[in-house]
Design a protein. Structure first.
Length: 393
Protein backbone atom coordinates (compact mmCIF):
# COMPACT_ATOMS: atom_id res chain seq x y z
CA UNK A 1 0.00 0.00 0.00
CA UNK A 2 1.11 3.61 -0.59
CA UNK A 3 1.33 5.84 2.45
CA UNK A 4 -0.53 9.12 2.73
CA UNK A 5 2.84 10.94 2.83
CA UNK A 6 3.84 9.30 -0.43
CA UNK A 7 0.55 10.31 -1.95
CA UNK A 8 1.04 13.89 -0.80
CA UNK A 9 4.60 13.92 -2.20
CA UNK A 10 3.43 12.72 -5.57
CA UNK A 11 0.60 15.17 -5.92
CA UNK A 12 2.45 18.23 -4.69
CA UNK A 13 5.94 17.93 -6.22
CA UNK A 14 6.54 20.54 -8.91
CA UNK A 15 6.38 18.97 -12.38
CA UNK A 16 8.35 20.54 -15.18
CA UNK A 17 6.40 19.95 -18.40
CA UNK A 18 8.05 17.40 -20.67
CA UNK A 19 4.74 17.17 -22.40
CA UNK A 20 3.72 13.91 -24.04
CA UNK A 21 1.03 15.73 -26.00
CA UNK A 22 -2.70 15.07 -25.89
CA UNK A 23 -2.89 11.57 -24.49
CA UNK A 24 -5.87 9.96 -22.84
CA UNK A 25 -4.42 7.44 -20.39
CA UNK A 26 -5.87 4.29 -18.84
CA UNK A 27 -4.44 3.35 -15.42
CA UNK A 28 -4.75 -0.35 -14.56
CA UNK A 29 -4.00 -1.44 -10.98
CA UNK A 30 -5.81 -3.56 -8.44
CA UNK A 31 -4.94 -1.07 -5.63
CA UNK A 32 -7.30 1.89 -5.48
CA UNK A 33 -4.67 4.09 -3.78
CA UNK A 34 -2.21 3.54 -6.62
CA UNK A 35 -4.85 4.41 -9.17
CA UNK A 36 -5.67 7.58 -7.22
CA UNK A 37 -2.04 8.69 -6.95
CA UNK A 38 -1.33 7.98 -10.61
CA UNK A 39 -4.45 9.89 -11.66
CA UNK A 40 -3.31 12.86 -9.58
CA UNK A 41 0.10 12.87 -11.27
CA UNK A 42 -1.50 12.71 -14.70
CA UNK A 43 -3.85 15.54 -13.76
CA UNK A 44 -0.81 17.73 -12.95
CA UNK A 45 0.50 16.83 -16.41
CA UNK A 46 -2.81 17.94 -17.89
CA UNK A 47 -3.63 14.45 -19.13
CA UNK A 48 -7.17 13.07 -18.81
CA UNK A 49 -7.35 9.47 -17.62
CA UNK A 50 -9.58 6.58 -16.79
CA UNK A 51 -8.91 3.81 -14.29
CA UNK A 52 -9.50 0.06 -14.14
CA UNK A 53 -9.07 -2.37 -11.25
CA UNK A 54 -8.01 -5.27 -13.50
CA UNK A 55 -7.31 -6.56 -16.97
CA UNK A 56 -10.86 -7.47 -17.96
CA UNK A 57 -12.19 -4.06 -16.98
CA UNK A 58 -9.31 -2.44 -18.86
CA UNK A 59 -10.12 -4.34 -22.05
CA UNK A 60 -13.75 -3.29 -21.78
CA UNK A 61 -12.74 0.37 -21.44
CA UNK A 62 -10.43 0.07 -24.44
CA UNK A 63 -13.34 -1.24 -26.50
CA UNK A 64 -15.68 1.58 -25.51
CA UNK A 65 -13.44 4.64 -24.95
CA UNK A 66 -10.81 6.60 -26.84
CA UNK A 67 -7.56 5.66 -25.10
CA UNK A 68 -4.03 6.47 -26.28
CA UNK A 69 -1.86 4.98 -23.54
CA UNK A 70 -2.08 2.26 -20.89
CA UNK A 71 -0.14 2.27 -17.60
CA UNK A 72 -0.53 -1.15 -16.01
CA UNK A 73 0.74 -2.83 -12.87
CA UNK A 74 2.66 -6.03 -13.47
CA UNK A 75 1.35 -8.09 -10.57
CA UNK A 76 -2.45 -8.21 -10.42
CA UNK A 77 -4.91 -10.93 -9.44
CA UNK A 78 -6.68 -12.61 -12.34
CA UNK A 79 -5.15 -11.26 -15.52
CA UNK A 80 -1.52 -10.25 -14.99
CA UNK A 81 0.09 -7.19 -16.54
CA UNK A 82 1.96 -9.36 -19.07
CA UNK A 83 -1.27 -11.10 -20.09
CA UNK A 84 -2.96 -7.73 -20.50
CA UNK A 85 0.01 -6.51 -22.54
CA UNK A 86 -0.29 -9.47 -24.92
CA UNK A 87 -4.00 -8.83 -25.49
CA UNK A 88 -3.53 -5.08 -25.94
CA UNK A 89 -0.77 -5.64 -28.49
CA UNK A 90 -3.02 -8.01 -30.43
CA UNK A 91 -6.20 -5.93 -30.23
CA UNK A 92 -4.84 -2.37 -30.04
CA UNK A 93 -1.27 -2.42 -31.39
CA UNK A 94 -1.17 1.36 -31.81
CA UNK A 95 -1.46 2.10 -28.05
CA UNK A 96 1.42 3.21 -25.85
CA UNK A 97 1.89 0.67 -23.03
CA UNK A 98 3.91 1.34 -19.85
CA UNK A 99 4.47 -1.42 -17.28
CA UNK A 100 4.77 -0.61 -13.56
CA UNK A 101 7.13 -2.99 -11.74
CA UNK A 102 8.59 -3.34 -8.25
CA UNK A 103 12.31 -3.11 -7.55
CA UNK A 104 12.49 -6.90 -7.44
CA UNK A 105 10.70 -7.12 -10.79
CA UNK A 106 13.25 -5.31 -12.98
CA UNK A 107 14.00 -8.42 -14.97
CA UNK A 108 10.29 -8.86 -15.59
CA UNK A 109 10.08 -5.21 -16.63
CA UNK A 110 12.75 -5.80 -19.26
CA UNK A 111 10.88 -8.94 -20.34
CA UNK A 112 7.74 -6.83 -20.69
CA UNK A 113 9.55 -4.49 -23.07
CA UNK A 114 10.77 -7.48 -25.04
CA UNK A 115 7.15 -8.58 -25.34
CA UNK A 116 5.93 -5.22 -26.59
CA UNK A 117 5.80 -2.74 -23.71
CA UNK A 118 7.11 0.69 -24.65
CA UNK A 119 8.71 1.42 -21.26
CA UNK A 120 8.47 0.49 -17.58
CA UNK A 121 8.20 2.48 -14.34
CA UNK A 122 9.70 1.29 -11.07
CA UNK A 123 7.86 1.23 -7.72
CA UNK A 124 7.75 2.72 -5.13
CA UNK A 125 6.03 5.63 -6.77
CA UNK A 126 7.53 8.38 -4.55
CA UNK A 127 9.19 9.82 -7.64
CA UNK A 128 9.13 13.06 -9.53
CA UNK A 129 6.14 13.14 -11.87
CA UNK A 130 8.53 14.33 -14.57
CA UNK A 131 9.71 10.72 -14.86
CA UNK A 132 6.22 9.60 -15.79
CA UNK A 133 5.84 12.51 -18.21
CA UNK A 134 9.17 11.77 -19.87
CA UNK A 135 8.36 8.08 -20.13
CA UNK A 136 5.02 8.76 -21.78
CA UNK A 137 6.53 11.33 -24.15
CA UNK A 138 9.37 8.98 -25.11
CA UNK A 139 7.02 6.08 -25.65
CA UNK A 140 4.70 8.21 -27.76
CA UNK A 141 7.60 9.36 -29.95
CA UNK A 142 8.59 5.75 -30.48
CA UNK A 143 5.00 4.83 -31.36
CA UNK A 144 4.81 7.76 -33.73
CA UNK A 145 7.98 6.61 -35.49
CA UNK A 146 6.69 3.03 -35.63
CA UNK A 147 3.44 4.28 -37.14
CA UNK A 148 5.31 6.35 -39.70
CA UNK A 149 7.37 3.30 -40.65
CA UNK A 150 4.20 1.20 -40.92
CA UNK A 151 2.48 3.88 -42.99
CA UNK A 152 5.53 4.10 -45.23
CA UNK A 153 5.55 0.31 -45.61
CA UNK A 154 1.88 0.27 -46.58
CA UNK A 155 2.44 3.20 -48.93
CA UNK A 156 5.41 1.42 -50.45
CA UNK A 157 3.33 -1.73 -50.92
CA UNK A 158 0.66 0.35 -52.63
CA UNK A 159 3.27 1.96 -54.89
CA UNK A 160 4.77 -1.44 -55.75
CA UNK A 161 1.31 -2.91 -56.39
CA UNK A 162 0.37 0.05 -58.59
CA UNK A 163 3.63 -0.06 -60.53
CA UNK A 164 3.34 -3.84 -60.89
CA UNK A 165 -0.13 -3.41 -62.33
CA UNK A 166 1.11 -0.70 -64.67
CA UNK A 167 3.94 -2.99 -65.77
CA UNK A 168 1.50 -5.84 -66.37
CA UNK A 169 -0.70 -3.55 -68.44
CA UNK A 170 2.31 -2.30 -70.42
CA UNK A 171 3.50 -5.86 -71.07
CA UNK A 172 -0.02 -6.81 -72.07
CA UNK A 173 -0.08 -3.94 -74.57
CA UNK A 174 3.32 -4.96 -75.93
CA UNK A 175 2.14 -8.54 -76.25
CA UNK A 176 -1.04 -7.40 -77.97
CA UNK A 177 0.99 -5.27 -80.38
CA UNK A 178 3.08 -8.36 -81.17
CA UNK A 179 -0.12 -10.26 -81.85
CA UNK A 180 -1.40 -7.53 -84.18
CA UNK A 181 1.93 -7.76 -86.02
CA UNK A 182 1.44 -11.50 -86.38
CA UNK A 183 -2.09 -10.89 -87.59
CA UNK A 184 -0.81 -8.55 -90.31
CA UNK A 185 1.88 -11.01 -91.39
CA UNK A 186 -0.59 -13.89 -91.63
CA UNK A 187 -3.06 -11.77 -93.56
CA UNK A 188 -0.28 -10.72 -95.96
CA UNK A 189 0.55 -14.38 -96.59
CA UNK A 190 -3.05 -15.25 -97.43
CA UNK A 191 -3.54 -12.16 -99.59
CA UNK A 192 -0.39 -13.03 -101.53
CA UNK A 193 -1.62 -16.55 -102.18
CA UNK A 194 -5.23 -15.60 -102.98
CA UNK A 195 -6.39 -19.11 -104.03
CA UNK A 196 -5.92 -20.20 -100.41
CA UNK A 197 -7.48 -17.11 -98.81
CA UNK A 198 -8.40 -17.75 -95.18
CA UNK A 199 -6.11 -20.79 -94.99
CA UNK A 200 -3.79 -19.39 -92.30
CA UNK A 201 -6.59 -18.53 -89.93
CA UNK A 202 -8.38 -21.84 -90.48
CA UNK A 203 -5.31 -23.98 -89.81
CA UNK A 204 -4.56 -21.77 -86.81
CA UNK A 205 -8.00 -22.54 -85.34
CA UNK A 206 -7.91 -26.20 -86.41
CA UNK A 207 -4.49 -26.68 -84.78
CA UNK A 208 -5.61 -25.06 -81.54
CA UNK A 209 -8.73 -27.24 -81.44
CA UNK A 210 -6.72 -30.42 -81.99
CA UNK A 211 -4.16 -29.40 -79.35
CA UNK A 212 -6.93 -28.72 -76.84
CA UNK A 213 -8.42 -32.12 -77.53
CA UNK A 214 -5.06 -33.87 -77.08
CA UNK A 215 -4.59 -32.20 -73.68
CA UNK A 216 -1.39 -31.56 -71.75
CA UNK A 217 -0.25 -28.88 -74.19
CA UNK A 218 -1.44 -25.79 -72.33
CA UNK A 219 2.05 -24.28 -72.04
CA UNK A 220 2.66 -24.81 -75.78
CA UNK A 221 -0.73 -23.63 -77.02
CA UNK A 222 0.37 -20.12 -77.92
CA UNK A 223 3.41 -21.34 -79.86
CA UNK A 224 1.31 -23.94 -81.68
CA UNK A 225 -1.16 -21.22 -82.68
CA UNK A 226 1.54 -18.79 -83.83
CA UNK A 227 3.42 -21.51 -85.73
CA UNK A 228 0.25 -22.50 -87.56
CA UNK A 229 -0.66 -18.87 -88.31
CA UNK A 230 2.77 -18.07 -89.77
CA UNK A 231 3.60 -21.48 -91.28
CA UNK A 232 3.77 -20.13 -94.84
CA UNK A 233 5.58 -16.86 -94.10
CA UNK A 234 8.50 -18.08 -96.21
CA UNK A 235 6.27 -17.93 -99.29
CA UNK A 236 6.61 -14.15 -99.19
CA UNK A 237 10.05 -14.73 -100.69
CA UNK A 238 8.81 -17.03 -103.47
CA UNK A 239 8.29 -15.41 -106.85
CA UNK A 240 4.76 -14.92 -108.19
CA UNK A 241 5.66 -16.97 -111.25
CA UNK A 242 6.04 -20.05 -109.05
CA UNK A 243 3.64 -19.26 -106.20
CA UNK A 244 0.71 -18.33 -108.45
CA UNK A 245 1.46 -20.68 -111.36
CA UNK A 246 -1.88 -22.21 -112.45
CA UNK A 247 -0.40 -25.46 -113.72
CA UNK A 248 1.89 -28.12 -112.30
CA UNK A 249 5.35 -27.04 -111.09
CA UNK A 250 8.53 -28.37 -112.66
CA UNK A 251 11.02 -30.27 -110.52
CA UNK A 252 13.15 -27.14 -110.19
CA UNK A 253 10.13 -25.04 -109.29
CA UNK A 254 9.14 -27.62 -106.68
CA UNK A 255 12.65 -27.40 -105.21
CA UNK A 256 12.33 -23.61 -105.01
CA UNK A 257 8.85 -23.83 -103.49
CA UNK A 258 10.06 -26.25 -100.83
CA UNK A 259 12.60 -23.68 -99.70
CA UNK A 260 9.80 -21.65 -98.09
CA UNK A 261 10.03 -23.76 -94.90
CA UNK A 262 13.70 -22.89 -94.46
CA UNK A 263 13.14 -19.27 -95.48
CA UNK A 264 10.27 -18.89 -93.02
CA UNK A 265 12.35 -20.39 -90.22
CA UNK A 266 15.25 -18.06 -90.98
CA UNK A 267 12.90 -15.07 -90.98
CA UNK A 268 11.50 -15.58 -87.48
CA UNK A 269 14.01 -17.70 -85.52
CA UNK A 270 15.81 -14.60 -84.25
CA UNK A 271 12.67 -13.07 -82.78
CA UNK A 272 12.59 -14.16 -79.09
CA UNK A 273 8.82 -14.50 -78.73
CA UNK A 274 8.65 -16.50 -81.99
CA UNK A 275 11.64 -18.80 -81.40
CA UNK A 276 9.55 -21.88 -80.56
CA UNK A 277 6.96 -21.12 -83.23
CA UNK A 278 9.87 -21.00 -85.70
CA UNK A 279 10.48 -24.71 -85.12
CA UNK A 280 6.91 -25.44 -86.21
CA UNK A 281 7.36 -23.27 -89.31
CA UNK A 282 10.57 -25.16 -90.11
CA UNK A 283 8.96 -28.60 -89.70
CA UNK A 284 5.43 -28.03 -90.96
CA UNK A 285 6.02 -30.20 -94.08
CA UNK A 286 7.75 -33.05 -92.24
CA UNK A 287 5.91 -36.39 -92.15
CA UNK A 288 5.69 -39.09 -89.47
CA UNK A 289 7.42 -41.70 -91.68
CA UNK A 290 10.29 -39.35 -92.65
CA UNK A 291 9.03 -38.67 -96.18
CA UNK A 292 8.61 -34.92 -95.67
CA UNK A 293 10.93 -31.95 -96.12
CA UNK A 294 13.22 -30.04 -95.64
CA UNK A 295 15.12 -32.31 -93.18
CA UNK A 296 13.34 -35.64 -93.48
CA UNK A 297 12.48 -35.74 -89.76
CA UNK A 298 10.36 -38.63 -88.54
CA UNK A 299 8.25 -39.67 -85.54
CA UNK A 300 9.21 -37.94 -82.29
CA UNK A 301 11.88 -35.85 -84.03
CA UNK A 302 9.06 -33.70 -85.39
CA UNK A 303 7.87 -31.00 -82.93
CA UNK A 304 4.40 -31.80 -81.60
CA UNK A 305 3.08 -28.49 -82.99
CA UNK A 306 4.22 -29.48 -86.48
CA UNK A 307 2.60 -32.91 -86.11
CA UNK A 308 -0.66 -31.23 -85.20
CA UNK A 309 -0.32 -28.78 -88.07
CA UNK A 310 0.22 -31.61 -90.60
CA UNK A 311 -3.24 -32.95 -89.78
CA UNK A 312 -4.87 -29.50 -89.70
CA UNK A 313 -3.24 -28.55 -93.03
CA UNK A 314 -4.38 -31.72 -94.80
CA UNK A 315 -7.91 -31.29 -93.48
CA UNK A 316 -8.09 -27.68 -94.67
CA UNK A 317 -6.54 -28.42 -98.07
CA UNK A 318 -9.07 -31.15 -98.78
CA UNK A 319 -12.14 -29.28 -97.49
CA UNK A 320 -11.40 -25.97 -99.24
CA UNK A 321 -12.17 -24.97 -102.83
CA UNK A 322 -9.26 -24.96 -105.23
CA UNK A 323 -9.09 -23.61 -108.81
CA UNK A 324 -8.89 -27.18 -110.09
CA UNK A 325 -11.59 -28.79 -107.85
CA UNK A 326 -14.39 -28.17 -105.41
CA UNK A 327 -13.98 -28.71 -101.68
CA UNK A 328 -14.33 -32.32 -100.54
CA UNK A 329 -16.71 -33.31 -97.72
CA UNK A 330 -15.37 -33.66 -94.19
CA UNK A 331 -15.87 -37.41 -94.33
CA UNK A 332 -13.45 -37.81 -97.24
CA UNK A 333 -10.67 -35.88 -95.51
CA UNK A 334 -11.24 -37.75 -92.25
CA UNK A 335 -10.86 -41.06 -94.06
CA UNK A 336 -7.58 -39.91 -95.63
CA UNK A 337 -6.18 -38.80 -92.26
CA UNK A 338 -7.36 -42.00 -90.58
CA UNK A 339 -5.67 -44.05 -93.32
CA UNK A 340 -2.46 -42.03 -92.99
CA UNK A 341 -2.18 -42.41 -89.19
CA UNK A 342 1.18 -43.93 -88.32
CA UNK A 343 2.48 -43.15 -91.83
CA UNK A 344 2.12 -39.50 -92.78
CA UNK A 345 0.53 -38.47 -89.48
CA UNK A 346 1.17 -39.03 -85.80
CA UNK A 347 -1.39 -41.60 -84.61
CA UNK A 348 -2.20 -39.78 -81.36
CA UNK A 349 -2.79 -36.53 -83.24
CA UNK A 350 -4.94 -38.24 -85.87
CA UNK A 351 -7.06 -39.90 -83.17
CA UNK A 352 -7.60 -36.57 -81.39
CA UNK A 353 -8.64 -34.98 -84.69
CA UNK A 354 -11.08 -37.78 -85.52
CA UNK A 355 -12.73 -37.48 -82.09
CA UNK A 356 -13.77 -33.85 -82.71
CA UNK A 357 -17.38 -33.54 -83.95
CA UNK A 358 -18.08 -32.14 -87.41
CA UNK A 359 -20.08 -29.25 -85.96
CA UNK A 360 -16.85 -27.83 -84.52
CA UNK A 361 -15.24 -27.71 -87.96
CA UNK A 362 -18.43 -26.30 -89.47
CA UNK A 363 -18.44 -23.47 -86.93
CA UNK A 364 -14.83 -22.58 -87.74
CA UNK A 365 -15.53 -22.67 -91.48
CA UNK A 366 -18.47 -20.29 -91.09
CA UNK A 367 -16.47 -17.84 -89.00
CA UNK A 368 -13.59 -17.73 -91.45
CA UNK A 369 -15.81 -17.41 -94.53
CA UNK A 370 -15.17 -13.66 -94.94
CA UNK A 371 -11.73 -12.12 -95.35
CA UNK A 372 -12.66 -9.49 -92.79
CA UNK A 373 -13.36 -12.14 -90.16
CA UNK A 374 -10.15 -14.08 -90.62
CA UNK A 375 -8.01 -10.96 -90.90
CA UNK A 376 -9.23 -9.07 -87.85
CA UNK A 377 -9.92 -11.71 -85.22
CA UNK A 378 -6.59 -13.52 -85.08
CA UNK A 379 -4.72 -11.11 -82.78
CA UNK A 380 -7.50 -11.56 -80.25
CA UNK A 381 -7.29 -15.35 -80.64
CA UNK A 382 -3.50 -15.48 -80.26
CA UNK A 383 -3.64 -13.20 -77.23
CA UNK A 384 -6.34 -15.38 -75.67
CA UNK A 385 -4.10 -18.43 -75.96
CA UNK A 386 -1.71 -16.90 -73.39
CA UNK A 387 -4.29 -17.56 -70.70
CA UNK A 388 -5.92 -20.56 -72.39
CA UNK A 389 -9.11 -18.50 -72.72
CA UNK A 390 -11.42 -19.61 -75.48
CA UNK A 391 -12.22 -16.44 -77.45
CA UNK A 392 -15.79 -15.36 -77.96
CA UNK A 393 -17.15 -16.33 -81.33
Amino acid sequence: MISNDAERNLTTDQITPTHPGDLRVLIVDDEASVRKVMAAVLAQLGLPCETAAGGEEALHILETSQIDAVISDLQMPGMSGLELLAKVRRLHPQLVFLMVTGVDDLRVGVQAMQQGADDYIVKPLQVDGNILSASLARARRVKHLEQEVENYRHHLEEIVAKQTQQLREALCQIELSYDHTLEALGAAIDLRDSPTAGHSRRVFLYSVEIARTMGGLETQMRNIGMGAWLHDIGKLAISDGILLKPGALTDEECRVMQQHAQIGYDLVKGIPFLAEAAEIIYAHHERWDGSGYPRGLKTEEIPVGARIFAVADTFDAMTSDRPYRRALPFKASQEVIEGGAGKQYDTQTAEAFLSIPDKTWETIRRETASSHAYGMATARDIHALSGMIKPMR
